[in-house]
Ligand binder design. Structure first.
Ligand code: ATP
Ligand code: FE2
Length: 335
């Protein structure tokens, strides 16, 4: 066997568009294999995504085992199987949970159902120097500002309707751009020459994106696509940075960590960096491969839960589409 450290965990992610399995130990990723569902037109259809996952789960697991074998790790060396239990699309979650249960039974190892949002946070803490950050978690379906306090990741602010990624993707679809829209909007925004006004909706510590996305679609009748993309980013990201800054002021924490697929956006990173520099605090963003959905983050959260004896029985291993991060007792952190 190669030089591994402590437990070895297999993790499976499949909450939405990306089916991904990884094997990790405490030091690093041993292997990761991914099969991505890309809708031919329109957005993600839950049943079609789950059919994609069902079609590919066998080959993804086989490949991850084969690659691990090449590094001297056999299925019998794996200590537990972790899977993303929620939040996510019900049909996709059921496919992944079924595969994880089957592996747990056939390899005779414990099962660990993990919260997908917390996995985004913990892989960021693993792959950067962040210790106790305020987290801005921005993805397709989710947009939340969180921080650890007294045994839970508390949600300080969140979207009142759709996630920022879905708002960007929805606007992009209406503008005839391919899914996912976020990266295309980022590219187009670079060619803008003017800013157009869009609704800025922050209510207390929460944000709302549907009105902004609809207004941006309407603005296309009289403005250039590049200008609307630019304005959409500036407006939405200012809302996110404002709430993140207020959570920093409230908690007194001195680090900000960016997580989730939208975190790959360089303009969002730049705006957060400016805010952190002005406040004299540290900003962290993991490398891109750990931002969007990936099997590694599920395996890594499984690993720290394994070390703290936090397991999931078969009867508790149901798909949990609206599983919130603050539903999870954080057994692996101290106050
Ligand atoms: P979650 O279940 O956490 O909501 P998810 O299924 O939405 O996850 P992620 O990979 O975390 O998956 O995020 C995908 C989103 O990230 C999509 O909405 C996509 O448009 C957006 N995205 C990816 N790259 C960029 C970018 N460069 N700029 C803006 N948005 C981006
Ligand atoms: Fe995600």
């Amino acid at each position: 066997m190669t030089n591994t450290s402590g437990p070895i965990i297999l993790g499976i992610e499949g909450t939405a568009w990306n089916l991904s399995a990884a094997i990790v130990d405490y030091n690093d990723v041993i292997t990761e294999t991914t099969a991505t569902y890309s809708p031919p037109t329109g957005g993600i259809h839950p049943r079609e995504a789950s059919q994609h996952h069902a079609d590919h789960i066998g080959s993804v697991i086989t490949k991850v085992f084969l690659e691990a074998d090449g590094k001297g790790i056999n299925p019998s060396d794996i200590d537990a199987v972790a899977f993303s239990q929620g939040p996510g699309l019900g049909p996709c979650l059921r496919t992944v949970a079924t595969a994880a249960r089957a592996l747990s039974l056939s390899l005779d190892i414990p099962l660990i159902g993990v919260n997908h949002c917390i996995a985004h946070i913990e892989v960021g803490r693993w792959k950067t120097d962040a210790v106790d950050p305020v987290v801005l978690y921005v993805s397709g379906a989710n947009s939340q500002v969180l921080a650890y306090r007294k045994g839970r990741y508390r949600v300080f602010g969140e979207t009142l309707d759709i996630g920022i990624g879905n708002a960007l993707d929805k606007f992009a679809r209406g503008a005839g751009l391919l899914h996912p829209g976020g990266p295309r909007i980022e590219e187009l925004a670079k060619g803008a020459t003017s800013y157009i006004h869009l609704p800025y909706v922050v209510k207390g510590m929460d944000f709302s994106f549907t009105g902004m996305s609809t207004a941006a679609s309407n603005a296309l009748q009289s403005s250039l696509l590049e200008d609307v993309c630019y304005s959409l980013q500036e407006n939405a990201f200012a809302m996110l940075v404002e709430v993140t800054e207020r959570a920093v002021a409230h908690t007194g924490k001195d680090e900000v960590l960016l997580a989730g697929g939208v975190g790959a956006n360089m303009r969002l990173q730049e705006m957060l960096k400016i805010m952190c520099r002005e406040r004299g605090i540290k900003f962290y963003a993991p490398e891109r491969r750990f931002m969007g959905d990936n099997g590694t983050m599920i395996a890594y959260l499984g690993l720290i839960m394994y070390q703290h004896h936090t397991f999931t029985s078969i009867s508790q291993s149901h798909a949990w589409p609206n599983y919130r991060p603050d539903d999870t007792p954080v057994t692996w952190r101290q106050d």
